[in-house]
Design a protein around this ligand. Structure first.
Ligand SMILES: [Zn+2]
Length: 139
């Protein structure tokens, strides 16, 4: 049976089919600013797995802490940053973990920019830590 993961904000809905290819926690400066939190939960699917059910998104291009481009799409109604594409992973589409209606399927496997981890935050030993952005997406 095929997994279907739905989500969105008030105005924009999306649907991701199948299992995510990559799930990361991240404490880079962009993730901290876009979420207003100290780390993000980023769920990556292949582009072909994701369907946007509304076009109310605006694209903003910026530069990552590693100097690569990020194209972030946010809702023009409420401002939620819902999805993005990275130069690092051009065939993938990132989705904000908190935007899924039911986030129970989300299992992070790595923590990127763990050098910015707050001292009080405990991260499970099974989650691979990368102090900054790895050079190779397979790390
Ligand atoms: Zn980040």
């Amino acid at each position: 049976m095929e997994e279907i993961h739905k989500g969105g904000c008030g105005a924009v809905r999306f649907r991701a089919t199948g299992h995510p290819r990559r799930v990361s926690l991240c404490s880079c400066s962009w993730c901290r600013k876009r979420t207003g939190s100290l780390l993000s939960v980023s769920v990556y699917f292949g582009k072909e797995q994701v369907e946007l059910l509304s076009n109310e998104l605006k694209t903003h291009r910026l530069k990552s802490d590693a100097g690569r481009w990020i194209e972030c799409q946010f809702c023009m109604q409420c401002g939620s940053a819902l999805t993005w594409t990275l130069e690092f992973l051009p065939d993938y589409r990132g989705i904000a973990g908190g935007a899924f209606d039911d986030p129970a399927f989300i299992r992070p496997e790595r923590y990127v920019y763990s050098q910015n981890k707050p001292g009080w935050l405990q991260i499970d030993e099974g989650i691979n830590r990368c102090p900054t952005m790895p050079d190779n997406p397979n790390q």
